[in-house]
Design a protein around this ligand. Structure first.
Ligand code: AQP
Length: 332
């Protein structure tokens, strides 16, 4: 059976983009693949995290995985730091990846911003750790949102260079799985920027823990234009905010965009926003409630993560032994 690895950073404010771009697809893929789903806490600390909040966000993310429908028995659910093989392989990949490759990564440029000199080395080398996360398991498929495409291309380059340099076929060339009509959910306040955990405006995103009132208020306040909705997808061209809301509706209602526009073409946003609120509350409400129930039992969450960690280490140990042998290290 092919193997999936994917991760989400436990950096708080888990949102609708993380759900539609990643977590929901994890759930849909769990019956077709052997899956490892990870709260990537080592990625999270590439920017400052308060230790107690990191612990809390890690448990919240594990709760979101389970509340969204992932079975912790048939999938590995863990936090990244439970398995030191990720960091170990990342070091080897630091020696395989080229500076020029990392210099092209747009996410580093966006996150480091103008204060590049002050960014952590970890933030810069983040894609090498991401490649190690995936390849330590010889995972073949990685479900992600659109924004991670470039990092996955780098992961393929690293696998290819390692295999070439050491004359081996040790690492698979991974395939991204970018699925559904909402692979890049945009901010509710600005249709040109991605919905993101780190956006200072809470109104820019729908958090998975938002209750019905907060969801309704954020959708009501979501930026739109003054035109009615078009009847065909082509009419969304150049209307980023409208396209975003229609894409979110289609994803949550499990319908095609064309089909949604057949129903809502000609409607004003006030009507459409009412329908969007209904479907968002209907789909996200039960997940948020279940998350709250689960995080109230940290001992249970920690046991899921520890069990996942042990199973993860058992998968990567023989792969790391192969890597050591290939690279010329003595020991295991
Ligand atoms: N807006 C989005 N639309 C669709 N998918 C998204 N993802 C993130 N934002 C969107 C997908 O969620 C998964 C986990 O992302 P991450 O936690 O690794 O970090 P990120 O991509 O940097 O996400 P954020 O939420 O925007 O965090 P910050 O603000 O810290 O940068 C990935 O599969 C990602 O594609």
């Amino acid at each position: 059976m092919d193997r999936i690895f994917s991760g989400v950073q436990p950096s708080g404010n888990l949102h609708l983009g993380n759900y539609l771009g990643a977590i929901r697809n994890f759930v849909r893929l769990q019956d077709q693949y052997e899956c490892i789903y990870c709260a990537v806490d080592m990625h999270a600390i590439t920017v400052w995290q308060d230790p107690e909040e990191l612990r809390q966000s890690t448990r919240e993310l594990a709760a979101a995985f389970i509340a969204a429908g992932l079975d912790p028995k048939s999938n590995v659910i863990m936090n990244q730091s439970q398995n030191p093989n990720h960091a170990e392989l990342a070091w080897i990949f630091n020696c395989v990846a080229r500076l020029g490759w990392l210099n092209r990564m747009t996410q580093f440029k966006e996150k480091a911003g103008k204060d590049r000199e002050n960014a952590s080395v970890g933030l810069y080398a983040y894609p090498n750790l991401m490649a190690a996360d995936i390849l330590a398991y010889k995972a073949t498929h990685v479900p992600v949102g659109e924004d991670q495409k470039q990092h996955l291309e780098l992961c393929r380059d690293i696998a290819q260079k390692f295999n070439h340099d050491f004359k081996t076929e040790l690492f698979p060339i991974v395939e991204p799985l970018i699925l559904g009509p909402a692979t890049r959910v945009m901010s509710l306040r600005d249709g040109s920027s991605k919905m993101s955990k780190s956006d200072p405006s809470d109104n820019s995103r729908i958090n998975l823990t938002d209750g019905p009132d907060a969801i309704a208020q954020k959708i009501r306040r979501a930026r739109t234009d003054s035109e009615p909705l078009p009847s065909e997808a082509a009419g969304l061209e150049g209307r980023a905010e409208a396209a975003n809301l229609v894409g979110i509706y289609a994803a949550l209602a499990d319908r095609e965009i064309a089909d949604v526009l057949r129903d809502f073409g000609g409607s004003m946003f006030s009507d459409f926003k009412g329908a969007l609120t209904e479907v968002a509350v209907d789909k996200l409400g039960p997940i948020g409630e279940e998350m709250q129930r689960l995080v109230a039992d940290p001992a249970y969450i920690d046991s899921v993560l520890a069990d996942g960690g042990a199973r993860a280490r058992a998968i990567t140990a023989p792969i790391m032994a192969e890597v050591y042998e290939t690279v010329g290290f003595i020991g295991s």
